[in-house]
Write a protein that binds this ligand. Structure first.
Ligand SMILES: Cc1cc2nc3c(=O)[nH]c(=O)nc-3n(C[C@H](O)[C@H](O)[C@H](O)COP(=O)(O)O)c2cc1C
Length: 329
């Protein structure tokens, strides 16, 4: 896919989330929207180089998909970018926003904001190996480096190295004192700084991320920036994507009419993966939020989680659908 085609899909993307956005989740979300851009979980460069087949598995139906890499060694990242491209992915993204201590020990993630020249080197090395876009996901700042000037200088340096697309989680990161979870809730979100970046650097593709709850809010952001990335809200309530193809992309919706039909559509995939040895729990955890807040939603979730714990088969999906239907009668 060429980069202008990919830019269309960036209008709405689903955030990389460790343990959440695995290939099963991506397959599931693709049944809801043909156009949304999906991200993998962060894959650590070292791990990818040691076991590429394990880390970059995908279903052909998932595309467009971006792979997010974690790392800070330009040579390793360049090798990884090539693996990613050869495996048929559409974009390779460098994580400069993750604040977890484990990641800091490896000297990547948000700590990289403190070393803009190294990020530039990484981007340049990756870009030299691939034709697919190399993009960066970052924050507004890190620790006490919170001025707009710091942020803009970081972006300018990385842009000069060949990166045109930035996904900005619109808060700063604190590497000490906050857990990764707290770093996703504090400090306050500052969308204005992302809008300002887009105004001052209109030539860049800017996606905004952080605390965006629904497609209405996404559409508001799209008046100011090129793309919106959503994470937790979609994971908690995946059905919200069913109208994204029309609302965000101006195309016909591709999702099934109902949640029940969606589960029926997903069932052959579950059967296939179970037969290949994947545990049911890994497959159904992504479905828990489908009926969130609706009558029968709790029962539905309970059936799926108990079924997974008891080693049930794909028929558990039918049972869960029946429970919802009887609660709604
Ligand atoms: C469980 C979980 C795992 C995450 N893993 C990653 C990751 O691997 N790479 C990354 O850049 N961000 C990661 N994030 C951060 C999200 O990509 C996103 O920036 C953040 O959740 C804010 O967006 P949201 O409010 O729409 O969820 C993770 C977030 C969550 C909740």
């Amino acid at each position: 896919m060429d980069s202008s085609a990919l830019q269309f899909h960036r209008r709405l993307s689903i955030a990389p989330m460790l343990d959440f956005t695995d290939r099963h989740e991506r397959y599931f979300l693709r049944l809801l929207s043909k156009h949304v851009l999906l991200y993998t979980e962060m894959i650590v460069a070292n791990a990818l180089l040691h076991a590429a087949e394990k880390f970059i598995q995908r279903n052909a139906e998932e595309n467009p998909v971006a792979v997010q890499l974690g790392g800070s060694d330009p040579k390793m990242l360049a090798e990884c970018a090539k693996i990613v491209e050869d495996a048929g992915f559409d974009e390779v993204n460098l994580n400069c926003g993750c604040p977890s201590e484990r990641v800091q020990c490896g000297s990547f993630g948000a700590i990289l904001m403190k070393n803009k020249n190294l990020v530039a080197e990484c981007v340049q090395a990756m870009q030299s190996q691939v034709k697919i876009p190399v993009t960066v996901k970052t924050r507004l700042g890190v620790d006490d480096l919170t001025s707009f000037e710091f942020f803009e200088d970081f972006i300018d340096t990385v842009h000069a190295a060949g990166c045109n697309t930035f996904i900005i989680h619109a808060r700063t990161a604190r590497l000490r004192g906050y857990s990764p979870k707290e770093n996703r809730e504090k400090p306050a979100i500052q969308y204005e700084s992302v809008y300002r970046l887009k105004e001052e650097r209109p030539e860049l593709n800017i996606s905004i991320n952080g605390d965006i709850k629904n497609l209405e809010q996404a559409k508001e952001h799209l008046k100011r920036v090129d793309g919106v990335m959503m994470g937790r809200a979609v994971y908690a309530n995946p059905w919200m994507l069913h109208s994204a193809d029309a609302e965000i992309f101006g195309k016909e919706n591709s999702a099934p009419e109902t949640r029940e039909e969606l589960l029926e559509l997903f069932t052959p995939y579950v059967e296939k993966e179970l037969a290949a040895g994947c545990p049911l729990s890994i497959l159904v955890k992504h479905l828990f939020g489908l009926f969130a807040g609706l009558p029968g939603g709790r029962k539905y979730r309970q059936i799926l989680s108990e079924g997974a714990a008891q080693g049930a088969g794909a028929e558990i999906l039918k049972k869960a659908i029946s429970a919802v239907q009887s609660a709604q009668e």
